[in-house]
Design a protein around this ligand. Structure first.
Ligand code: OAD
Ligand code: ZN
Length: 251
């Protein structure tokens, strides 16, 4: 049998749920070999977010920021989805309505087959012009550190991630909030829930009456608001939940 305590309660809630929503963070990609931000060996233990993930940082040293994103791109391009990503994609097919709201920029959810995804922090694959917003559509070789100029205005090309101090994509955020308000079950997986407004989605879900579950090996600031916490990694816990739910529902 599984090692998830009170799994029956979770399966009961899921078996009767019509709408399920899930927020994911960097922890979901940790088992694919991509570092998280706030764990002891995370990116923000070594690098300064103000320097590398803000418009001011980019304006003061474009090449430094570009090189850092190129290095992350080259790491991410070698990484594959893990069992957690695949279980999430499978879970989507088991519900009438399943919304995946992610803070991750690595696109591994898409590679694993998830479809209904809202990307709150953009993605690291696309680029656009810092000066005029024009999308830059040419492929960028992650091993080439020469910054290409914008084809429209000659301006500075940047990765299409959301930096600190920037607005989140309005459509994705609105859809994420709607999903949190309307779902029957909400999962918060692999996120420290330290960054607003993503961090507020589990709270919105709890306040709106959803059964809220956290999957994270470590406690977070939102753990006390959860109905259930699973102290396992996402690649351990999610495949068990999906497999047991299949047995339960026969779907
Ligand atoms: P964090 O690095 O803040 O949190 C990662 C969480 O994942 C922690 O709570 C870990 O305990 C947990 N974790 C680690 N390994 C795990 C595993 N194998 N399975 C499940 N959980 C695991 O990352 P986020 O919450 O995603 O934004 O950070 C939010 C935002 O802060 C990011 O999108 C990024 C960052 O600054 C921007 O760059 C704008
Ligand atoms: Zn431009």
């Amino acid at each position: 049998m599984s090692r998830i305590k009170n799994l029956d309660l979770i399966l009961d809630k899921l078996a009767s749920a019509k709408k399920v929503a899930m927020l994911t963070g960097a922890g979901v990609s940790a088992e694919s070999g991509i570092k998280t931000f706030r764990d002891p060996d995370g990116l923000w233990a070594k690098f300064n977010p103000a320097e590398l993930a803000s418009a001011d940082g980019f304006m003061s040293n474009q090449q430094l920021v570009w090189d850092w994103y190129q290095e992350r791109r080259s790491i991410i391009s070698e990484c594959k989805p893990n069992a957690g990503h695949y279980a999430i994609a499978e879970m989507e097919t088991m519900f009438e309505d399943f919304a995946l709201i992610t803070q991750n920029v690595d696109r591994l959810h898409q590679t694993a087959g998830s479809k209904n995804i809202y990307e709150l922090h953009g993605n690291i694959v696309d680029n656009h012009c810092f000066d005029c917003d024009e999308p830059y559509l040419d492929d960028i070789n992650p091993h080439d550190n020469k910054m290409p100029p914008c084809k429209k205005c000659g301006g500075r090309i940047r990765p299409s991630v959301v930096w600190f101090g920037e607005m989140l994509p309005e459509y994705d955020l609105t859809q994420g909030i709607n999903a949190a308000e309307e779902c029957d079950v909400f999962f918060s997986v692999g996120t420290s829930a330290e960054v607003y407004p993503a961090s507020n989605l589990p709270i919105i879900a709890a306040d709106s009456g959803a059964f809220v579950i956290e999957i994270n090996p470590t406690a977070t600031v939102i753990s006390p608001r959860m109905h259930k916490v699973i102290r396992m990694t996402s690649a351990q816990a999610l495949p068990i939940i999906v497999e047991e739910l299949r047995k339960r529902t026969g779907k």
